[in-house]
Design a protein around this ligand. Sequence first.
Ligand code: DX5
Ligand code: ZN
Length: 215
Amino acid sequence: MPIIAPSLLASDFLQLQRECDMLNASEADWYHLDVMDGRFVPNISFGLPVIARIKEASTKPLDVHLMIEEPGKYAADFKLAGADHLTVHYEACPHLHRNVQQIKNLGMKAGVAINPHTPVQLLQDILPDLDLVLIMSVNPGFGGQQFIPQSLVKINMLRQRIDQQGLSTLIEVDGGITEKNAAEVLKAGAHALVAGTTIFGNPDPQAVIHNLKHL
Ligand code: DX5
Ligand code: ZN
């Protein structure tokens, strides 16, 4: 069964407690939290204090996706705020190996995200160190965008490498996931699906989570 990680970027920020209660009672596995700095991506979302409050309400792991420059400066703060997984962008990290070790030393699962134009082959030498790879299937920065079909090729290629090397690295896919395309994404080799608009834009978000979980 796939791991389902609803992205709270698409939730109602005025009703965060209610949204958390809904997710806790749903079949969702992780909370996906998108942090944007207005520099690495052309948008600003939310940060540490909001995540710390969500941690109090959540009964599930917090999967934090940092779309920020210099993530190493803040890794310890995200641990304190309650992050269970911390994912940094390949494109934002000239010293990626150091960032990954730092995240693991802090006691979090380490993830690396790649933008649509970044080939999965570039992860070859860091792959054995990673708990998860986040394949961006849209350009990061905004919810509600269209899935980029070439992502399927990347997912497939990465899954083959992971299996060939006998690694337990998870492939998470983020952006433009719908009830229509999710089966294809899983067939290509994804283990975890992030979905924002599809879940929170629906009057019955728990039913959508259920449908994604049981594809
Ligand atoms: C985009 C974020 C995504 C976003 C996905 O930069 O990383 O997690 O919330 O939203 P949807 O599912 O609406 O494409
Ligand atoms: Zn995300």
